[in-house]
Ligand binder design. Structure first.
Ligand code: SF4
Length: 495
């Protein structure tokens, strides 16, 4: 893959000073010098790290192994899938520019990579809500999401049966599964005020043992950031960010995920869970885009990125939200600068607020642009965004929109495989090989069904026109078989 001109890949593993990481798993003191304590009702943070499949990591995460010079089977598989050399993948993992969310407890996983040197990835959110959907429906949505090209899936279930739903999803999924543990933590207590650091750590530990590959941790929302959202049009729109803000306001204390971040790191290191640093203060409207609250949190996410890397924990950073077109490139540049090129994982962004019911389109526009400028994974948005829980049709519509956005970004970043795909379908189109055109398209069934609407007979599958222009006007037909030497002679004579 050629390098993106605006996002030069600098340095490599050899230039990245390893390492404050001790591969024996001995943890460093926290910045405040606090000891890691076993919470009274929480997990045993010093016990042998095992998971439901009985495997241990002993703190030998992908970046720890990469910095030791090893090429793991996961790195080799990512290299194969991306068309990169295993050494490049290892060096990018060591450097922290590529993450491979691969909890050893996730038996069905086919490892994939997220980072600047890889193709742009897309995530689909699924999950039950307290009022809608069932376990079977969510597993069906997982299968649908995989069928339509989701590279990762986040299970955002709330309400009852969270654990069973997640276990069924992890068991079935060949793509990495992400979660937002604070949702389950909130389900386990009566109200937000009852949440504790121990409860949060207990849920993170339990999900890590079950094989969850990456987790959104909203540790960057600090109490000192909260006054910055006061004048916003839409306040706080992140569910996790909103819960933590209310907790901090009620208790007049710092975010427990921030104060206990070393404990979070210890669990994630034990199970090689990739941390996805949540953007709890992301803007929820164009009016709030790129404001002081958003960037104050981003600076904290930069600090936390360093702490993850120092602990040998894989990390990516989540981003907005709602951002107008002209601010997208700067948003990516700032994240890459403040977070030392950690993979950026954005929700959309939506480039306007005016189209509820069609926000897969408003957000895919932003997603394509941020992908072009260096975002590594795009969280899809469905047409149901802001309006309700997506159903199967919404999941498909959202994924198709994001496959297009990611592919457009790959083209802009000079990805050779992406260019070959475009060339192949264009050649079929110009040859009037309709069946090859359908087969090479993102959504063959829809492409053929639309052709069939007006020209259903087999005979028309070789026709040198379609119903758009008709046989007389079809310009591709009209220039087929042209003698280009004669054209050149005529053009020269006329000059
Ligand atoms: S008729 Fe028009 S739209 Fe159809 S194949 Fe020809 S050029 Fe393309």
């Amino acid at each position: 893959m050629s390098e993106h001109p605006l996002m030069p890949v600098r340095g490599g593993a050899a230039e990245h000073p390893p390492t404050s990481v001790d591969p024996r798993g001995v943890r460093e003191p926290s910045p405040g010098g606090a000891e890691v304590r076993r919470p009274a009702d929480g997990p045993d943070l010093h016990g042998a790290p095992t998971n439901t499949h009985g495997r241990t990591t002993s703190g030998r995460t992908q970046p720890v192994l990469a910095r030791a010079g090893e090429i793991t089977p996961e790195m080799a598989r990512v290299a194969e899938r991306e068309g990169l050399s295993p050494e490049v993948v290892r060096d990018e993992v060591a450097r922290g520019r590529l993450v491979i969310p691969a909890n050893p407890g996730h038996a069905a996983l086919d490892p994939m990579g997220i980072g600047l040197r890889a193709r742009v990835k897309i995530n689909a959110n699924i999950g039950s809500s307290p009022t809608t959907s069932s376990l079977d429906e969510e597993v069906d949505k997982l299968r649908l999401a995989q069928r339509w090209g989701a590279d990762t899936v986040m299970d955002l279930s709330t309400g009852k049966r969270i654990t069973e739903t997640r276990r069924a999803i992890v068991e079935t999924s060949t793509v990495p599964i992400g979660t937002v543990p604070i949702y389950q933590a909130l389900e386990s207590v009566k109200s937000i005020g009852d949440l504790t650091g121990d409860v949060l750590l207990g849920v993170i530990e339990a999900q890590a043992r079950e094989g969850v590959d990456y987790m959104t941790i909203h540790a960057g929302v600090r109490i000192r950031h909260l006054p910055l959202v006061r004048e916003r049009v839409t306040g706080i729109v992140s569910r996790g960010g909103g819960v933590l803000a209310k907790w901090m306001i009620d208790h007049a204390r710092e975010n427990p995920l921030y104060t206990r971040f070393d404990d979070v790191l210890e669990i994630c290191r034990a199970h090689d869970v990739t941390i996805s640093l949540g953007d709890g203060l992301r803007p929820g409207s164009i009016a709030d885009a790129s404001d002081r609250a958003q960037f104050a949190e981003l600076r904290t996410l930069g600090e936390l990125t360093t702490r993850c890397r120092d602990a040998g924990v894989q990390v990516m950073v989540e981003g907005p939200g709602h951002i107008p077109l002209d601010e997208l490139a700067e948003n990516v540049r700032l994240q890459q600068e403040l977070c030392d090129e950690a993979p950026f994982y954005t929700l959309g962004p939506l480039v306007t607020d005016i189209a509820p019911g069609h926000d897969h389109i408003t957000s895919a526009i932003g997603a394509a642009v941020v992908g072009w400028h260096g975002t590594s994974m795009l969280c899809y948005v469905t047409p149901k965004e802001h309006l309700g829980l997506p159903d199967a049709a919404d999941v498909k519509d959202g994924l198709i929109a994001y496959r297009i956005a990611a592919h457009a970004a790959d083209l802009a970043r000079g990805n050779a495989a992406a260019h070959a795909q475009d060339r192949a379908i264009s050649e079929a189109r110009f040859a009037f090989d309709w069946r090859a055109q359908f087969a090479r398209s993102l959504d063959p069934g829809t492409a053929q069904a639309m052709h069939d609407e007006t020209l259903p007979n087999d005979h028309f599958k070789q026709a040198e026109f379609c119903s758009m222009c008709g046989p007389k006007y079809c310009p591709m037909h009209n220039v087929r078989g042209v003698d280009w030497h004669a054209v050149e002679r005529a053009a020269a004579a006329a000059a």
